[in-house]
Design a protein around this ligand. Structure first.
Ligand code: C2O
Length: 572
């Protein structure tokens, strides 16, 4: 090699080395802070009264004391991140977002804006499919410099799942999974995505369809996603129609008949929407806020499954993370992502119809930014998306059959109780008192764990009427997901026949399903499961203790450590 070439190659290798080092160091918050300090620019003030007070502080400055604030995005710098452990990604926009005009969100004018009706994907007529396809093909043809382009739309999801942007007043990244932010953020994403698609074909009635994987007629991937601009090659072809979606997907083939799979799906839905979702925290996830103690990791029922499981089920088995759909940085590159989330959004509405609203100001005043159909950057608060009438869209009515799929105990409760008593006598039971921990090193989930957990006495003795107001919650504390991929374990109570453990039976009280992404590595997750209805059906609501079984469902569980179990009560 002549010396000139040699010097050139050497320089290139050095540059490459330094960038790889920089990228791998990005996880460390100190380096992040330094970068932010240097590039700090303040979000312009005076856009509107409601946000001025919050943005008047320099955006990178940390909060003092333990004040909690709504989550807001610091747009001054966009960082390279990890899409999943070991997978560096860069999904930032090509230019600083603050260079775009920023406006505050305004509701569409009801006098001039028609209602968009989101329809059952499998029942779309040819004409609607053709329109939708055309819109997606135009979106795909837009250049990357255009925020309305398909790749930019997909990267938006990547930015907020991997932590490309930090929170205002904090060095923590903004994350849109594993907390109550999950529902409103994805609603906003869909809202703007839909508007853009509609504007590209000049149709202000255009609506994205929903993929109702929860209903017997909707459990297959909608067939049109296999054609034209809807094609994505990073999917699992063994899950193409007529394969029935496995809402309880755990990587291994379900192996059940379509009828059995349908029943299992309905029972799981009942658990995730009804018995396991009696409070907002159980359904939506933990209260995510800016400030000390506000950063939490605790996904709700719907997010864990079917949301996460469907993501994994659609994605390709040839990729580590089952990309595209199987992991969040790439998920929105698959057009079916939007119909999947449209269904999630619909189910949020179904749940909200019968449950009280979250009214914490830190929730309602959290705000995000999205480009609209005219490429302006719109600042929008969660409180702006709480009424879909005002957003001028709705869902075609369907019958939520899973409402009637309340699971039954796998053996008669009376027999079960007798058996449990017998075992308690025979075996020298190691009892975990309430709030117990698995010891200083926790418990690795490399095999099934069964422990007896004593319920707090004051609650057992409460009057029935009072009890009806309370939800008993099993907390699986400090779940350390060291695994670098998909983790799933299930939780059962009072199991007597361990050969028939399935969400089809009442002993199932929930599932932990985790898709690791760049912004959550190394953080412990809390799993909360509603017990009251199951305890009632198992006739165990007067018992002193319950038997809890943690059942690993993926091999990756052998790297998962759990700190302990406890029982809590909250008002419904
Ligand atoms: Cu942000 Cu379905 O994921």
């Amino acid at each position: 090699m002549d010396p000139q070439k040699w010097i050139l190659s050497f320089t290139l290798i050095c540059i490459l080395g330094v960038s790889v080092f920089m990228l791998s160091a990005m996880d460390s918050s100190t380096i992040r802070t330094e970068i932010i300090g240097k590039l700090n620019r303040v979000v312009p003030d005076g856009l509107g009264g409601w946000s001025a007070a919050l943005t008047s502080q320099p955006s990178g400055k940390k909060l003092k004391g333990n004040k909690l604030l709504p989550v807001q995005v610091n747009l001054t710098v966009c960082l390279p991140t990890f899409g999943r452990p070991g997978k560096p990604v860069y999904c930032c926009p090509p230019r600083n977002m603050l260079d775009d005009p920023i406006v505050d969100f305004e509701f569409p004018d009801p006098a001039t804006t028609p209602i968009r009706v989101r329809r059952f994907a499998h029942r779309l007529d040819e004409e609607s499919i053709a329109k939708y396809e055309k819109a997606v093909s135009i979106m795909r043809s837009l250049p990357y410099s255009d925020p309305r382009s398909f790749t930019r739309q997909a990267n938006l999801h990547c930015q907020y799942c991997t932590g490309s942007f930090l929170q205002q007043h904090s060095t923590l990244p903004v994350r849109v999974h594993k907390t109550w932010i999950f529902f409103p953020w994805h609603r906003m994403l869909l809202y703007f995505h839909e508007k853009i698609l509609g504007s590209l074909i000049g149709d202000d009635t255009f609506a994205i369809p929903f993929w109702p994987w929860d209903l017997p007629d909707g459990m297959t991937l909608p067939a049109f996603y296999l054609n034209g601009s809807f094609i994505n090659h990073q999917r699992d072809p063994t899950h193409f129609p007529p394969a029935v979606a496995d809402l309880d997907f755990q990587l291994a083939p379900g192996g059940t008949s379509p009828e059995e799979q349908t029943d299992l799906n309905l029972a799981l839905m009942y658990n995730q929407m009804v018995s396991g979702a009696k409070t907002a925290e159980l359904f939506m996830g933990c209260a995510y806020k800016t400030g000390e103690g506000g950063d939490c990791f605790g996904p709700g029922t719907m997010e864990r499954a079917p949301h996460n499981t469907i993501h994994k089920w659609v994605g390709s088995a040839f990729h580590t993370g089952r990309e595209d759909m199987g992991v969040f940085y790439s998920a929105a590159r698959d057009p079916s992502f939007y119909a999947h989330h449209s269904n999630i959004d619909r189910l949020w509405e179904v749940w909200r119809a019968t449950h009280p609203e979250v009214n914490d100001p830190e929730f309602l005043d959290s705000y995000m930014y999205f480009h609209d159909d005219t490429s302006r950057l719109v600042r929008i608060r969660f409180r702006d998306v709480m009424d879909i009438d005002k957003l001028r869209y709705r869902y075609e009515g369907v019958e939520n059959t899973w409402l009637a799929a309340r699971p039954k105990p796998s053996v008669s409760p009376r027999l079960a109780r007798r058996e449990i008593r017998k075992r308690e006598k025979e075996q020298n039971v190691v009892e975990l008192p309430t709030g117990s921990q698995f010891g200083p090193t926790g418990r690795v989930l490399d095999s099934t764990v069964t422990v007896r957990v004593v319920r707090p006495r004051e609650v057992r003795s409460r009057a029935r009427r009072e009890k009806a107001q309370l939800e008993e919650i099993l907390v699986v504390e400090g779940i350390d997901v060291k695994a670098d991929d998909f983790v799933k374990f299930d939780v059962y109570i009072n199991v007597v026949d361990s050969t028939i453990m399935s969400p089809k039976y009442r002993e199932f009280v929930g599932t932990f399903v985790d898709i690791p992404s760049g912004s959550s590595v190394g953080k412990k997750i809390t799993l909360k499961l509603g017990l009251s209805e199951a305890l009632e059906d198992l006739e165990a609501d007067q018992d002193r203790a319950i038997w809890v079984t943690l059942l690993p469902r993926t091999e990756s569980c052998n790297k998962v450590i759990v700190d302990g179990l406890s029982i809590q009560f909250t008002r419904k």
